[in-house]
Design a protein around this ligand. Sequence first.
Ligand SMILES: C[C@](O)(CO)[C@H](O)COP(=O)(O)OP(=O)(O)OC[C@H]1O[C@@H](n2ccc(N)nc2=O)[C@H](O)[C@@H]1O
Ligand SMILES: Nc1ncnc2c1ncn2[C@@H]1O[C@H](COP(=O)(O)OP(=O)(O)OP(=O)(O)O)[C@@H](O)[C@H]1O
Length: 309
Amino acid sequence: MSAVTVRVPAKVNLQLGVGPLRDDGYHDLVNVFHAVSLFDEVTAEPAGRLEVRVEAALDARVDVGGVPADDDNLAARAARLVAARLGVEPRVALRIRKAIPVAGGMAGGSADAAAALVACARLWDDPGEPALDRDDLVELGAEIGSDVPFAVLGGTAVGVGRGERLTSALTRGTFHWVFATAGFGLSTPAVYAECDRLRELRGEPAPQPSVSEELMTALATGDAKGLGAALTNDLEEAALSLRPSLGRVLDAGRELGAIGALVSGSGPTCAFLAGTEEDADGLARALDGAGVAAQVHRASGPVPGATVV
Ligand SMILES: C[C@](O)(CO)[C@H](O)COP(=O)(O)OP(=O)(O)OC[C@H]1O[C@@H](n2ccc(N)nc2=O)[C@H](O)[C@@H]1O
Ligand SMILES: Nc1ncnc2c1ncn2[C@@H]1O[C@H](COP(=O)(O)OP(=O)(O)OP(=O)(O)O)[C@@H](O)[C@H]1O
């Protein structure tokens, strides 16, 4: 087989309930993932050895400077895992075209890992009698990072454990989003640590999170207003504590008509829900004009996970 290209979406967390810190350094979560139409592409092509090339997607003003173009890239780790599982050498050139903001809380690195899992399995597995199915790739993804399994699956899903044990959620229709990126990144471990610190400061025991019924009902009935009201993120306070300027971005989105607003995952990207596609277009233009964000993107969800194109 020659080259395989896989398209993979970004995510926003519709509910991020953070429980106690576990002995292994992770937190128990209730993590409602939602895949949105902001895509990276990974092309895998047979080569003499494992190589990684990272570039910004055409028309995307993504700064790829901080993304490793070596073995540390999560996509390279994914290629090695698939090769080990199939008993082949990881002789592949991975070309990553990024449109998902880097270190933005939208799981860009995890998305590339998921795309590489799917692409390398397609390159190396026996098409007649595949050794690895989608579920195996979801499982392999958990060895790379907590967000990787969802990027393989896509759609909307509830993640428990550290976010890697997934169940698809019922949704109706399409939701329209606007994303405001920041000119800086936030480190995921630093944001979780800040969440713990703030809780300790208040003497507040970490709650055991549970899935929001309001959220599930809004998703199942396609109720954008209900969804906007039910969005929650336990990491938001921590992200705002580390970067108070994000508060102004959230306020601007709300004032300009968003029906829901929150920090995406560990931030710093802020996510805004609009009632209709037209509303989202208007909100994106207004937010751009307000000059509070580095970049403003329109997207919709749910969309499928890593898919061969
Ligand atoms: C913030 C989210 O993006 C929301 O989906 C994820 O929880 C983070 O997922 P991720 O980037 O794939 O994170 P991983 O690579 O698995 O873990 C990076 C670090 O984040 C923290 N981490 C992550 C997941 C989790 N359930 N609890 C944690 O405390 C830990 O410090 C961990 O060392
Ligand atoms: N393919 C990749 N794309 C982006 N970053 C990568 C990749 N591989 C490794 N990294 C590293 O991971 C760090 C976090 O990048 P990423 O874009 O995944 O953050 P994020 O979107 O905040 O993740 P999450 O939402 O899962 O917490 C980067 O600073 C970079 O050093």
